[in-house]
Every structure is written in C-alpha cells, then in structure tokens.
Design a binder for this molecule. Structure first.
Ligand code: IFM
Length: 444
C-alpha cells in the first residue's frame, strides 16, 4: 500500500495554498480558559446523543498545546491553518461582557500562526452556540443575527487585523437541517418549523457577520458550505424526485441563498409554510458580495423514495468502498461540486475548506500507517487538479483534520487526523499521511 502521494506542490499553480483545518470545540478543551456553557455540552450530557456520552471538555487540550500543534502544521509544509473561534469562549453568555482570557487566547493563536509563516484562516462559528442564547431560542430566534453580528465585531476587533481570511459559519446545512430536522446534532430538535427558521436565520447571521467584518475594514471574506453528491438508488420516478429534493435541501438551499438570493422551490415546497414572516426581505443581506466560496466535501448518499411526509427521501446503503463511518468514497463528487459551484458563482475563487476521511487508526511501535487515508486524499486531490486544468479557479485545499479530535455525535472513536492523538496522554504522533504531505509539499 502506498505511503506517498504521486503529486508534488509544483504540479499546482505557484499561488495554490495547502492547509489543514480544525474547529474550536473539537480540539481546544472547552473547560479551560473561562468559556461559557454551549449546546454541545448540553447535547453530550443528554444520554443517547453521543457515543459513550463523550464531550469536548478536554478534547486535544489544544488550548494549552497549540504551540506544538502549530509546529506540526508548519513542519508538515502547509501554508495556512483553518481554525474556528468559540462564541462561548469569547462571550460566555453569548452577549455582554467578553471573557478576556478567551480574547487573549485567540490573539496568541493568530500571532503564533504568523510567527510560523502560516496564514490564519478563521471561521467564526463551528457549532457551539452558547447555551444562554439557546435558552432564548438559539437559531430559531431572529435576534440571533444581531447577537452573532455583535460577537463577530468583538472577536474581529481583536484579531481581524491579522487574519488572512474569514468565514462566518461552518456548514450551514449542519446548523440548520442536521440539528433541527434530523436531531442528530445539538440542539437535537426534530421540528420542521424550527428547521425553516434555523436555516434562514443562519444565513441572516452570516450576512450580519459579513457586514460587521466589512465595517472593520476586513477583506478576503467567504462562506463555507458542505456538499454531498445525491445519487438515485434506483431508476424509479419517485426516487428521482426524492433525489432532487435531497439535493435541493443539502446542496442548493444555502449556496443559492448566498449567491443568488433565492431559495429552491423544491425546499420551499416543504419549508415555505414554516418560514419566518417576510423572509424575502432578508435575501439582499444574505447574498451580500463574497470574496470566495469554500467547499467541504466527504461523500455521496444513495437516495431512495420514502413514504410518509415531505421530503419523502431516505439514504440507503450503497455499493462503494466505505470509511469506518460508513461514508462511501466517491472522489468524482468533488469534481462535480467544483464545477457546479463554479457554474453558480463564476466570479469567485474556490477553496476546498475541508476534505478527509475517518479511520480506526492505531499506533503500532510508535507509527501509524494510514495508507487508506493517503489513497483517499490522493484521489480527491486528483479531482482538484483536473478541475484546475478545466479552468475552475480552485485556489487552495485544506485537509480535515490536523488532529484526531471530537467527532461530534461519534465521540472520539473515528479518527480524521493527519496526526494521531492518544486521548489519555494527549501525545501527538504524526501519521504516514502527515509525512506524505511533508514530502509532497516540500519547497525545493
Ligand atoms: O468533523 C467534522 C467537522 O466538524 C465539520 N465537517 C465534517 C467533519 C467530519 O465529519
């Protein structure tokens, strides 16, 4: 099995950026530094939501070990590092007095990146809504757009002068649909009215954060959406319709809202009656100009018709090789979305802001040979190269993730890192995939 990549940095345009990505709650250790309680603390403490009831209280203790972790990014040959800021670390109650320790922490992190020659790529929200705001309705409450704008202003007043890029929300589909319709992520609701409101308000919050950052004079601002290729599981007309609806909810609602200022009819068919009053008046703020768009891509879903209510779709098992999470490996899907996003937003540079796979990676004699990850990344990076050759303006690629970390409802069992983390000793050990990047990205 291969232990190296067949590509080299020199096969890509000279300004193409290579990065790794992480998020605050998944690595920092939420109990440190005076952070407030979040919906993920609540969700994890509720039995049945998370494998082994695991939570992010210690996680990778990146809060204290960030210098070692940033060394790993720099020594791996990467150019940039995508991190997120925890709202409740900066503002424990979500509003009001900021937590000085939290602001100081992100200040140190950004300086630490710059000292190592790494470009800081910030995401403002990666899922840990302060519990105090969730008590007020969280993403269901229209005021969330203002609260989020204020948080944005507070944190970016501190670090916005030094970050290289910023995006307000990571994966609005997860914030809206997965967390309010499927109940699989915090706050764990299964409620169509809550879903309609959360899906719209998360985009409105994106708009107010963008506005706050522009008012601070910041540039290089984007949006990060996740996409999943929707494949019909059988040739029936009903399944074709179910696949169309699934695709509209997952892949079109947020992208078209952000770029065109419209929502697809196939989504409004179900969510229309539950949307907040006069939502159409918000579409101009939601579709304010962006500087780039980020694609997070992992897998495809095989969709079949499901009887019962809208959206009448369900995911069924497909035939392709799978990761340990049961996610089918389908690199062509990345090529598909690179072209689709380019067709939707022809003027915007594109970054792959997340791509990677989970393995049950084990350390043996101090080594972790994650050949399956190297093969997965190689196949997806080949799609990026092919898209660039076709004229799609892809400007960078971030691997998910730097470290093994808290994989939300799956706890710590599924490992996405280029670097192995022993969750007892917190020792970091670079895997074969990290070494493969180090070789491929070497500047000679
Ligand atoms: O770990 C997550 C991350 O938080 C968001 N994107 C997908 C990753 C893998 O599931």
């Amino acid at each position: 099995m291969t232990k190296t990549f067949s590509f080299h940095r020199s096969d890509f345009p000279s300004d193409f950026l290579w990065g790794t990505a992480t998020s605050s709650y998944q690595i920092e250790g939420h109990k440190f530094g005076g952070a407030g309680r979040t919906i993920w603390d609540d969700f994890a403490e509720t039995p049945g939501n998370v494998v082994r009831n695991e939570h992010g209280q210690t996680a990778c203790d990146h809060y204290h070990r960030w210098p070692e972790d940033l060394d790993l990014v720099a020594d791996g040959g990467f150019d940039t590092y995508r991190f997120s800021t925890s709202w409740a670390r900066v503002m424990p109650e979500g509003r009001g007095t900021p937590n000085a320790e939290g602001l100081d922490y992100y200040d140190r992190l950004v300086d630490g990146l710059l000292e190592r020659g790494l470009k800081p790529a910030a995401t403002l929200y990666h899922w840990e809504m302060p519990s105090a705001l969730n008590d007020l309705g969280g993403w269901r409450n229209r005021d969330v757009a203002k609260w989020f704008g204020d948080f944005t202003h507070t944190i970016m007043s501190r670090i916005g002068d030094r970050v290289w890029s910023a995006a307000p929300i990571n994966e609005p589909w997860c914030v809206g649909w997965l967390s309010h319709f499927e109940g699989a992520h915090a706050p764990g609701l299964r409620d169509i009215r809550a879903t309609a409101r959360a899906m719209h308000h998360v985009l409105l919050a994106h708009g107010s954060a963008l506005d706050a950052m522009r008012s601070l004079g910041m540039s290089n601002l984007g949006a990060v959406c996740n996409f999943e290729y929707a494949n019909p599981a059988d040739p029936s007309e009903q399944t074709a319709q179910a696949t169309h609806t699934y695709d509209a909810i997952y892949n079109r609602f947020f992208l078209e809202g952000l770029i065109k200022g419209t929502y697809p009819d196939a989504v409004l068919e179900g969510l229309g009656p539950h949307m907040p009053k006069d939502w159409q008046a918000d579409m101009a703020a939601i579709s304010a100009p962006l500087d780039w768009i980020g694609i997070n891509y992992y897998t495809r879903k095989n969709i079949a018709f499901a009887p019962g209510g809208w959206p009448n779709s369900t995911a069924v098992e497909g035939p392709l090789d799978k990761t340990v999470m049961g996610w089918e490996i389908y690199p062509d899907g990345l090529g598909h979305f690179l072209q689709r996003v380019h067709d939707t937003a022809p003027d915007l540079p594109i970054y792959i802001t997340e791509n990677g796979m989970a393995g049950a990676d084990v350390l043996q004699d101090g080594h972790c040979v994650d050949s399956a990850r190297i093969a997965y990344l190689e196949a997806h990076i080949a799609q990026v190269r092919a898209a660039i050759a076709k004229g799609v303006p892809v400007k960078g690629y971030f691997v998910w993730s730097l470290l093994d970390n808290y994989e939300w409802a799956e706890g710590y069992k599924d490992r996405f890192g280029l670097v192995h983390v022993d969750f007892e000793s917190l020792t970091r050990t670079p895997k074969a995939s990290w070494h493969a990047f180090r070789t491929a990205l070497a500047k000679d």
